[in-house]
Structures are given as C-alpha cells and as structure tokens.
Design a protein around this ligand. Structure first.
Ligand code: 2PG
Ligand code: MG
Length: 422
C-alpha cells in the first residue's frame, strides 16, 4: 500500500504549547494521524525538538518542523507504508545528522508514528498487533504493562518546592490492569482528601499529580503511605523520578537546601528505599555523572535503577551504560530519538542485556495513545503515563483498558515483572 499524501498541522499540547499533528493518506484512501509529545526536563543527549524561536507562541511554534514534513512527503511519496524500517531509514538519510537537527525529531517522529498507524488501519489490525508484525517481533504473550502513576509532582513540573520530580505509585499486586488502574485512581482521590484535611493545596502539576508545598521529601512519602493505607492498598509500591540533572551543578547536588556529593545523595536515596516501599528510582544522578550511577548501582541492591536522561533512548549511550553497569532499567521515549524503528532497536538491545524497559510519556502530552500500543507490542512490562487524571494521561491508560478488553483472557498483567531484581 502506497503513501499518497502527508500533511502536518500545528496543534496544542497539554501545556497549551504547539506541537505537530501529522496525517498520512494512503493510496486506498486510508487516513491516519499521530501527534508528538514534548518534555520539560529534557536531557542534553536527546534528539532535537525543532522550535521556530520566533515571536509567536513565545518562540515555541513548530511551523519550521511542519515545513520539513513537506520535504519528508517528497521523499516518502509512493513508498510502501508497510515497510516501516525503510520509511524511517529514508527520513534519517534525508536528515543526515546525528541528532536530527536538520529536519527536527518532532517532524520525523510525527511521520514515523502516523505511518505505522495508517499501516495498521490498512492492514485491519490493532496497532499493537501490527507493530509486532511490522518489526517481526517474536513476542508470544500479550503483557499489559504495570502502570507507574505520578501522583505527587515536583521538580520542574510543579512549584511544590520538592527536588524530586515524580512520586509514583506502582500497583504491582493487582491481578489485572483494570484492577491496577482502579486501585491507583482510588489512591489518587484518597490522597486528594488527605491533602485537603491537612490544609495542603490540591493544585496539580504538568502530569496531573498534586503539587502540595512540602518541606521535605519524606513528607511526600508519608502522604503516599497514608493514602495507600486509607484507600485499602497498604502494599502498593512507590517509584521515583529524581530527574537529578535539574538539581546538579558543578559536581554537586543541591538537594533539600544542602550541597551534596553523589555519595551523600546515594545514602539519602538508600535511606528512602529502606524506609518506604520504593521499587524503582529513575535518574538518581546527573546524565553524565557515570561514576555516581556505577556507585549507586552497586549500593542499591534490589532497587530498579532507571536511566532516562542518562540513556536518552540512544543506542550508543545504552551500550556504554551496559558496559559500565550504570543502570538496570531504561526509560523509553520515542521523541528522545525520533523514529519508531530506532526506538524498537533500543528496546530489544536493552532486553537482551537484561535491562527492564519502561515505555514513557512526556510531561507535555497530547491525546495520542501510541505508547500504550507500543508497550503491549514489545511486552515492556511497565508504562509511565502520569497521574490517573487529565485526558492526555488517561488516553494512554484508557487505550490499555481497551486492549485488555479486546484480548480477554489472553491479556496477562505484568505486575512487578519490570522491577524484579535478583
Ligand atoms: C521524565 C519525563 C516524563 P519530561 O523526566 O521522565 O515524566 O518528564 O517529559 O519533562 O522530560
Ligand atoms: Mg525522567
């Protein structure tokens, strides 16, 4: 089936900032679209998100990227939409830079995702099944990922005063994905009541989690403990995204008003993990502070240590991380890299090396639910998509509910699959 048309438009994301919505029309008239997300705590090793840097939308317009989609259209017109790898390769060659600085990773990704979606529609297959076919994935079971729901927001996503960016609940003990989501929603609403009772704000951050003004991180954990217990889920696990590059400066970490070495910060994290049911810690250190990562990986024992800014979904950085034993898990973000084919390669490189994989949203999101299908296609075991609130977050969880219903008894819930450490 051939590509006959590619059109891209500027739409607004969950922060009200411009992003691309790209439509692909096929020779049989099939029409499908995809939208790309955008980060706030972006790592320095990510592929380039092309912004106009002009007056409109405070420099954040994406009209240049949209113009580049017309260049891509010329290169992809009449190509077979079922050959995703060829489409992605053609775009990478057209760009011909390491970090997609010529066309913009946002322009390229919007086409890459729209092509896969159009192909799945033309093939009359649900997207998660089509992706397995398109990339010849050998997965047999259909594993519904364990959600990681960020219900207290800090760092650059909120003005709560907390250094740690995300306090997540992880419902590993439930039998099904839908039960896990229900438990998470109940905890979220119970937390809201607890915040109100304690005179704390229930305003929310970028990912739908609450952003109460708290003095210490310990207070946040205690609130989570209270909420999980009061909601009737006392054995729910927690996960953190420290996004530590945001509080790192010249070899030190500025945490809770103190200037700390990586060893001192490691001790604080280890303490947190001893006192609270934390099973996963993302970006505990700065993205190039390799010695800190190596040190903590040795100390932290059973905790899942996730590289987000560290790896930036980049194959070379992942290879280096595997060699240096810097982390045992990788966060996968499509827009850190820019094409679906390259992202799938990174996922399988990580899996082969024994790292767990977490498919992730960005803090600036849209109603596009592509990552839900991707998580099931590759059996990632975990997905991070924000709080169980706000439609751009729920679009992913609701799509997983739909997939679960469609699969019926074939749907297996991942539980703690992604977090198990020997
Ligand atoms: C992260 C993400 C998503 P951002 O750091 O993991 O939660 O945030 O998209 O702002 O980089
Ligand atoms: Mg992160």
């Amino acid at each position: 089936m051939k590509i006959s048309k590619i059109i891209s438009r500027e739409v607004l994301d969950s922060r009200g900032l411009p992003t691309l919505k790209t439509y692909i029309v096929l020779s049989d008239g099939t029409n499908a679209s995809a939208q790309v997300p955008s980060g706030a705590s972006t790592g320095i090793h990510e592929a380039l998100e092309l912004r106009d840097k002009e007056k409109r939308y405070l420099g954040k317009g994406v009209l240049k990227a949209i113009k580049n989609v017309s260049l891509i259209e010329k290169a992809l017109k009449n190509k077979n939409v079922f050959d995703q790898e060829e489409l992605d390769k053609t775009m990478c060659e057209l760009d011909d830079t390491e970090n997609k600085t010529k066309l913009g990773a946002n322009a390229i990704l919007s086409v890459s995702l729209a092509a896969a979606r159009a192909a799945s529609v033309a093939a009359k297959m649900p997207l998660y099944k089509y992706l397995r076919k398109a990339f010849n994935l050998k997965e047999k079971d259909f594993i519904l990922p364990c959600p990681m729901l960020n219900i207290i927001n800090g760092g650059v996503h909120a003005d709560s005063g907390l250094n740690i960016q995300e306090f997540m609940i992880v419902p590993t003990k439930q039998k099904t994905f839908s039960k896990a989501l229900q438990a998470s929603s109940e905890v979220y609403h119970t937390l809201k009541n607890i915040l109100t009772q304690n005179g704390l704000a229930t305003s929310i951050g970028d990912e739908g989690g609450f952003a109460p003004k708290l003095k210490t991180h310990e207070e946040a954990f205690k609130l989570l403990l209270k909420a999980t217990a009061a909601a009737g889920y006392p054995n729910m696990s927690f996960a953190l995204d420290c996004a530590a590059s945001e509080f790192y400066k010249e070899a030190f970490y500025f945490f809770e008003g103190k200037k700390l070495s990586y060893k001192e910060l490691s001790d604080i994290y280890s303490n947190f993990a001893r006192n609270f049911p934390i099973i996963s810690i993302e970006d505990p250190f700065e993205q190039d502070d390799w010695q800190a990562w190596e040190y903590f990986q040795k100390q932290a024992g059973k905790v899942n240590i996730v590289g987000d800014d560290l790896f930036a979904t980049n194959l070379e950085r992942l290879e280096l991380g595997i060699e240096r034993k810097a982390a045992n898990s990788i966060l996968i973000k499509l827009n850190q890299l820019g094409t679906l084919s390259q992202t799938i390669k990174v996922v399988y490189k990580a899996k082969k090396a024994g790292l767990s994989t977490i498919i992730s949203h960005r803090s600036g999101e849209t109603e596009d639910s592509f990552i839900a299908d991707l998580a099931v296609a590759v059996n990632s075991g975990a997905i991070k998509a924000g709080a169980p609130a706000r439609s751009e977050r729920l679009a992913k969880y609701n799509r997983l509910l739909e997939i679960e219903a469609e699969l019926g008894p074939k749907a297996i819930f991942a539980k703690d699959m992604a977090f198990k450490r020997k």
